[in-house]
Ligand binder design. Structure first.
Ligand code: M6R
Length: 607
């Protein structure tokens, strides 16, 4: 979703903004723009399309300023265009605003306060700039507070005023932003990668706080404009971790990083055959939960489906998995005997944050499984399990998904162990499997393996529809495989619990609908084998993901890709890797823009 960068200090703000915005491109956008102060004027430049269009547009202008705000826009109100791109200015051109989120009452605000004004865009954001002019009383800070008082919705807002060009003011409600502290300079951005080239010292902004950035530092104030003390954090990520590092795409790099990050997810969490987290749950606490909800979106939701199987099997607590955007609108039955687990790579997904708050409002304890330290979800949850996947830049999630699974295995073992369940032998086997995962995953990513998958992907180049089938845990993986394929290759793909095909969908299967079958789980092998034969009888071409050494399946499918043998229960972590690679190479052979697929954003901060 929209990316924001603001800078004030000794460097040329234009360079800092363009560099920062380029690091936020992964969030997804359709236009970009910057505003600087020159003399007593705010100067704005914007361009539809990629950031390079903006760069080309301003190249010969040799713009310089010590203060500026920049933005990459992901359209919500008004189509992608130069005029809808941010920053937006007030009618007198003195104020400029960039915004992430939605001002829900913007039409009412226009009618109530700005009926006579001329607007130059279709956006909700422009009202904020106009209101700043309307309410201005000689104090930029007081004026911002007055404007915030009438805004409804979600926002991260960063604003400048030509008449008070020694400061940038920023505030947020439900949309993320992080402040960067420099020496004689201050930064603000929607996400950490935009800051990494300049500083590691950062502060996270809480709801309702007003941040005043000057060359001399950053002051945080409350609604009454009283100064608040704020903790300074050090960003641990390597700058290199947010670079492509020789890979053609971030997605491929992140697939290859999996063996390394698996180690990080597991590190320090297994001691003497037991799992430990940063929190400590008593048997009494765990036994008080008679139900668990896992709530998440997209890929994180798919991870939740594996989590359900893992927790139910190991800790024998019933688990329901819910799509976050549905969860709070259907009045789920929540109380203090329910644990709600929210899963989110970014920790900022608006629907998941809303579900978390709904759970807390109803007296539930909330546990977060997330990648981003200091994210809203991490801050607002009672217990946090970090997946330690490092920055995931590609919109299509890969390493975050597999590390979410590992975190869930650890959690399943932990809950069972804290409850004192008598399944110690199974827990030990799972922990052993997890400890072998990094090395085993490493052995998969050979050139020969990639070539084999690349060849299979070429066969999908012209497909219109592809079906993924599996049973049990293999079905959960099938769902993730199909999402990945449609997300980046734009091929229509569906995943089915294989036994369900004959209840309707089999009617669609022909020699023109390739099928990818995941047949890794031993317990359901005979069943999936029959289901494969059903689609083969309808002349579908079948590629099967099998366990190494499975000669049987090779006899009745068109092609196989093997994963190394590992404990069946943890096999989903490996089985999804060929599916990630199939999506990647299919998108590549179709010439798709892999890291930033059309219409999508990395971090979905609007509901
Ligand atoms: O940051 P989150 O994990 O909360 O994001 C949830 C989904 O938006 C995300 O997983 C999305 O489905 C991915 N782009 C899929 O690859």
């Amino acid at each position: 979703m929209c990316g924001i960068v603001g800078y004030i200090g000794k460097r040329n703000a234009v360079d800092v903004m363009l560099q920062g915005l380029s690091k936020l491109e992964y969030r997804g956008y359709d236009s970009s723009g910057i505003a600087i102060v020159q003399g007593s004027e705010v100067l704005v430049n914007k361009a539809e399309g990629k950031l390079v269009n903006l760069q080309n547009k301003i190249e010969d202008l040799h713009l310089e300023s010590s203060i500026g705000i920049g933005h990459t826009r992901w359209a919500t109100h008004g189509r992608p265009s130069d005029y809808n791109a941010h920053p937006h200015t007030s009618q007198n051109g003195k104020f400029a605003v960039v915004h992430n989120g939605i001002v829900e009452n913007y039409l009412r605000l226009k009618e109530t306060y700005l009926a006579d004004e001329v607007f130059t865009s279709e956006t909700d954001t422009e009202v904020v700039a106009h209101l700043l002019e309307k309410f201005y009383n000689g104090s930029f800070e007081e004026t911002v507070v007055k404007v915030l008082d009438v805004l409804e919705g979600a926002y991260a807002l960063v604003m400048i005023c030509a008449d008070e060009s020694d400061k940038i003011i920023a505030c947020r409600k439900d949309s993320p932003m992080v402040l960067g502290i420099g020496d004689g300079e201050s930064f603000i951005a929607s996400d950490v990668p935009a800051l990494l080239a300049y500083t590691r010292e950062c502060m996270y902004i809480e709801q309702g706080e007003l941040c005043v950035l000057t060359q001399d530092g950053i002051t945080i104030k409350n609604h009454a404009l009283e100064v608040i003390d704020k903790e300074v954090h050090t960003i641990e990520w390597d700058a290199e971790a947010a670079e492509k590092d020789g890979y053609e795409h971030f997605m491929l790099k992140e697939i290859f990083e999996q063996p390394t990050v698996f180690k990080k997810t597991i590190a320090g969490r297994i001691h003497g055959g037991e799992v430990q987290f940063d929190f400590d749950l008593s048997a009494e606490q765990v036994n008080s939960w008679n139900k668990i909800y896992i709530v998440a979106c997209g890929t994180a939701y798919h991870a939740g489906l594996v989590g359900k199987a893992v927790i139910e099997k190991l800790a024998r607590i019933p688990v329901e998995v819910e799509i976050a955007s549905e969860f709070r609108y259907r009045e789920p039955m929540l109380d203090e005997h329910t644990l709600v687990i929210v899963i989110s790579q970014s920790g900022e997904t608006a629907d998941t944050v809303a579900a978390l708050r709904e759970a807390k409002k109803n007296g539930c304890k909330v546990m977060a499984v997330t990648n981003v330290v200091g994210s809203a979800i991490a801050r607002e949850s009672d217990y946090v399990i970090y997946i330690w996947a490092g920055p995931e830049i590609s919109v299509a999630s890969t390493k975050a998904y597999t590390t979410m699974l590992i975190a869930e295995y650890l959690l399943g073992v932990y809950l069972a162990q804290q409850k004192g369940m008598d399944n110690g032998a199974l827990r030990a086997e799972i922990l052993e499997g997890l400890q072998h995962l990094p090395d085993i995953a490493e052995t998969m990513l050979t050139d020969a393996y990639l070539e084999q998958i690349q060849k299979a992907a070429e066969g999908y180049k012209d497909a219109n529809d592809i079906f993924f089938i599996g049973r049990g845990l293999d079905w959960a993986i099938a769902l993730e495989g199909s999402l990945k394929l449609k997300e980046i290759s734009y091929i229509h793909a569906e995943a089915y619990a294989a036994g369900e095909l004959k209840h309707g969908t089999l009617a669609l299967v022909t020699d023109e609908t390739p099928v990818i079958a995941i047949c890794v789980q031993d317990a359901t092998y005979d069943k999936i084998a029959s289901n494969i034969k059903e689609v083969k009888a309808r002349e579908a071409n079948v590629l099967a993901i099998i366990n190494e050494g499975d000669e049987e399946t090779q006899k009745f499918v068109d092609e196989t890709i093997a994963i190394p043998r590992i404990h069946n229960f943890v096999a989903p972590v490996l089985a999804v890797i060929p599916l990630q690679l199939i999506s990647y190479y299919t998108a590549k052979v179709r010439g798709c823009e892999i890291d930033q697929p059309r219409n999508l954003a990395k971090s979905v901060t609007v509901e």
